[in-house]
Design a protein around this ligand. Sequence first.
Ligand code: FES
Length: 170
Amino acid sequence: MEEPGNNKTAAPRRRFLSFLWAGLGLAALAELFWMVTSFLRPNHGTRKNENAESVIHAGTVETFAPGTVTAFPRGRFYLARLADGGFLALSRRCPHLGCTLPWVEEEKKFVCPCHASAFDIHGDVLRSPAPHAMDLHPVVIENNVVRVDTARVIKRDRFKKDQVVYPKKA
Ligand code: FES
């Protein structure tokens, strides 16, 4: 049998616990709402940093002699300066199954260590099984500085002259 004093304290305690649960429920809902809106909201600050990091300042035009290939391990690409002075930024990822392509200087070609596909300095397929040319990254030359946007990948079947970026003539 309950003591008479207990009924008097049980009701306010029950009310207090109801308020507490309601408060906790509202807090959880508010947090959930904040998480969902944060996830959906475009985060311009982060994007800016990502973009800044993905654009590689390769160097001045004169840094790269015509007919050479320079590796940029951080950006995972090769900067090829063609014999006519134009530039191509070639992804080092093999278009067959994605192995990393080394440039073989003695043979003047990229040779895949996985299934022996080979590519010329333009990234064009010399030997299959690679199904198409090496991917490109956009190149921009401003104020004589070569910049490569590693966040953007240009897929292509084969090399075409209009893919080459040339320095502006002074
Ligand atoms: S991954 Fe390069 S040839 Fe297969």
